[in-house]
Design a protein around this ligand. Structure first.
Ligand SMILES: Nc1ncnc2c1ncn2[C@@H]1O[C@H](COP(=O)(O)OP(=O)(O)OP(=O)(O)O)[C@@H](O)[C@H]1O
Ligand code: NI
Length: 331
């Protein structure tokens, strides 16, 4: 593992669950490098392992689930951290936001108390400073009449406002890394846009890194610097967003991007691809994507392609990636 001391560096991350059909590797050898201030998009079909990746790297996969691999954050080894140290890190330097805010919010505590709790746990502010900062945070996330709303309970907020409350709580600790798992999917489009814009502003203000899990390619195009595409627990392609959108090298990426106009930042969900994703406990031999792939050859049915660099900053796990890229250029 490299000795880089800033950002997030993940090597060989695996997460395994026991299922009635045998062990299922939901995350299988994932590598990630996220620089400070970088916004990184993680995409892939439902079940490809995006959420488990985020949980695994925060060590939130509980037994009998197992996690292996190396995760270094600012030069510190998250996998070797004591539970106490890890708890301080989570919700502190590293914050997480999810699709469903009610799971992250405490229904019986006013919003003010929840923000101030987080400030108390993760900053050395005194009581007066915490009060002032709580108000400021609700303001930052764009909640109107923040002073009045501070003493309300989560259920008194609408879906979009509740999402903002969750973000305000997450940001109370001034995180350096935000793990965002489809935090806007449940909201209507205008509110989604406001919250995404807010996240970008906050990225600038706090210079935090963001790992963004989403099904929305428009979000990736307008928000993210680099991206990775996951299939059956593995990363099959990575690169800058503009390069991957312009010339996908993996047939799966090509399929996902199918409906996106080149360089377009329209709100476009991942295209659906013919066939279904494989069951994790019974992956096909060779490349897991081969049964759905129009480029597949005997080699693909026999051997599993490794994720390999083919250009600066670009990697792909496909024996035929040059053919795929050419097909894209001809299209
Ligand atoms: N606790 C668990 N026990 C067993 N299997 C699990 C567990 N958690 C997740 N999985 C399996 O791991 C695989 C990856 O799930 P994950 O939630 O990461 O997918 P995802 O890419 O986030 O999908 P979505 O886009 O629907 O959120 C799935 O097959 C899922 O069923
Ligand atoms: Ni998920």
């Amino acid at each position: 593992m490299s000795a880089k001391t800033d950002g997030l560096h993940v090597r060989g991350l695996c997460a395994t669950f026991e299922t009635p059909r045998g062990p299922a590797r939901a995350v299988d050898g994932v590598d990630l490098d996220i620089a400070p201030g970088e916004v990184f998009g993680l995409v892939g079909e439902s079940g490809s392992g995006k959420s488990v990746t985020l949980r695994a790297l925060m060590r939130l996969v509980h037994p009998p689930g197992r996690v292996e691999g190396n995760v270094a954050w600012q030069g510190r080894d998250l996998m070797a951290m004591k539970p106490e140290e890890l708890r301080r890190m989570r919700g502190g330097e590293i914050a997480m936001i999810f699709q469903e805010p009610m799971t992250a919010l405490n229904p019986v505590l006013p919003v003010r108390v929840q923000i101030e709790e987080n400030l108390r746990a993760h900053t050395d502010m005194n009581r007066r400073e915490r009060r002032a900062r709580a108000l400021e945070l609700l303001d930052i996330v764009g909640i109107p009449a923040a002073a009045r709303r501070l003493d309300e309970y989560p259920h008194q907020f609408s879906g979009g406002m509740r999402q903002r409350v969750m973000i305000a709580i997450a940001l109370a600790s001034s995180p350096k890394l935000l793990l965002a798992d489809e935090p806007t999917t449940a909201l209507d489009v205008t509110i989604q846009d406001q919250i995404l814009k807010l996240l970008l502003d906050l990225r600038d203000e706090f210079s935090m890194s963001v790992v963004f899990v989403t099904h929305d390619l428009g979000v990736v195009a307008s928000l993210c610097d680099r991206m990775a595409v996951m299939y059956a627990g593995r990363i099959v392609e990575t690169g800058t967003v503009s390069e991957v959108f312009a010339t996908p090298h993996h047939p799966y990426t090509r399929g996902l991007l199918g409906s996106v106009p080149h360089g377009g930042a329209e709100r476009t969900m991942l295209a659906s691809i013919e066939g279904t994703p494989p069951g994790l406990a019974s992956l096909p031999a060779g490349c897991a994507f081969h049964p759905r792939c129009e480029f597949a050859t005997d080699e693909c049915r026999r051997e599993r392609p490794a994720l390999e660099p083919f250009a600066p900053g670009r990697s792909v796990a496909c024996f035929h990636h040059e053919r795929v890229a050419r097909a894209e250029e001809l299209a």
